[in-house]
Ligand binder design. Structure first.
Ligand code: NAD
Length: 339
């Protein structure tokens, strides 16, 4: 029997979780909670997605020609698992509602770690999420770093890491955010919060992160330096990453792809929905090894990178499948990753 899913919040992350759920036969979407009438409500209605609204907002939706499927309390009552995709910081308040219905929930990286029993990233701690009731999938940059660092740690041991993050200023729809013509140190101090966030998942990780925001909306770029416990061979590292679908290795010399804009064009030309790229884009020409030190650049598509982990974690929390490799294989095939 498919697991019944509710998605609370239908913005950048919520709408992508919805599409991932709709494409996966292990799940059935009960519906979404919408709080405002906007274009995405009309599009969801046109796609046949059941829209649930707060009681006090129902008349606004009706006046706009959108008959709600029901009230949000029905949605939560009906679901086996609730995805919280609300704006960062609202999840803690929402959790009280989920608890009142006795329903498990998946939170996003904009929440404080304390909102959940566990901060999560599949390649690091899938097993810890088994049968947990509340889990937080870490943010886009942290997910990208952790995929890489946990993979390297498992194979070679990671002694320490440095990540310099060139952050996108805003998502493409966020026309009110900046900077427009500046490079903003965000935060001005070192370390940035990203390393601390990574340690909520991987407490063994000795990492320093620094971040600056640049005027782009497409992707983040991370420069990563890792000191491994052993000397490694570049070819072995390439083979290791190439063997895991969550990494997409891009060779700039032969493809001409040496920027985030060209990566996005590749995704659009490949027919990826919305031009989404769920994988870490590893710019393979940048992967350099000096004895036990490894250096590389990787691109992170902030809007979509956390979607696979959001779906993976449901398999663990609900005890559907306990083998992370089988889960990733299933989720990757439904999202069109790898292959
Ligand atoms: P968003 O602003 O695009 O969407 C949030 C949606 O939640 C909106 O549709 C809003 O109307 C709705 N909403 C408002 N109040 C609500 C409430 N009380 N309960 C439920 N929904 C409510 O935000 P987003 O970018 O999708 O971010 C959602 C979460 O995902 C945040 O924690 C964020 O930090 C995290 N995240 C975002 C990105 C990204 O790049 N956008 C990447 C990774 C993680």
């Amino acid at each position: 029997m498919p697991v019944k899913i509710a998605v609370n919040g239908y913005g950048t992350i919520g709408k992508r979780i919805v599409d991932a759920v709709l494409s996966n036969k292990d799940f059935r979407l009960v519906g979404i909670a919408k709080y405002r009438v906007d274009y995405s409500a009309y599009l969801a209605a046109r796609k046949g997605i059941p829209i649930y609204v707060p009681r006090e907002r129902a008349s606004e939706f009706r006046e706009a020609g959108l008959e709600p499927h029901g009230y949000v309390d029905y949605l939560f009552e009906e679901a086996d698992l609730i995805y919280d995709a609300s704006p960062g910081g609202k999840g803690a308040g929402n959790k009280k509602i989920y608890e009142s219905y006795g329903k498990p929930g998946v939170f996003q990286g904009g929440e404080e770690p304390g909102v959940a029993e566990l901060s999560y990233s599949t390649l690091c701690n899938f097993e810890e999420a088994l049968n947990k009731k509340y889990v937080r999938v870490v943010s886009c940059n942290t997910t990208g770093m952790l995929r890489l660092l946990c993979t390297l740690h498992r194979e070679y041991g990671v002694k320490r890491a440095l990540s310099v993050i060139i952050r996108r200023a805003a998502d493409p729809k966020e026309d009110q955010r900046g900077p427009v013509n500046s490079i903003l140190l965000d935060p001005p101090s070192i370390p940035s919060h990203h390393g601390l966030d990574a340690r909520t998942v991987a407490p063994w990780l000795d990492i320093v992160t620094a971040a600056a925001v640049v005027p782009t909306t497409l992707m983040h770029m991370q420069f990563i330096e890792v000191e491994l416990s052993t000397q490694v061979n570049r070819g072995d590292v390439v083979e290791l990453l190439d063997g895991i679908n969550r990494f997409l290795l891009v060779e700039s010399a032969s493809t001409g792809i040496d920027s985030t804009s060209k990566v996005m064009e590749l995704a659009r030309d490949s027919g990826r929905p919305r031009g989404d790229i769920y994988e870490n884009i590893v710019f393979i020409d940048s992967l350099s090894i000096n004895a036990s030190r490894l250096y590389l650049f990787q691109g992170i598509h902030q809007e979509s990178i956390v979607i696979p982990e959001n779906i993976d974690v449901a398999y663990a929390m609900l005890g559907i499948e306990s083998d992370p490799l089988k889960v990733m294989e299933r989720v990757d095939s439904t999202l069109g990753i790898g292959g």
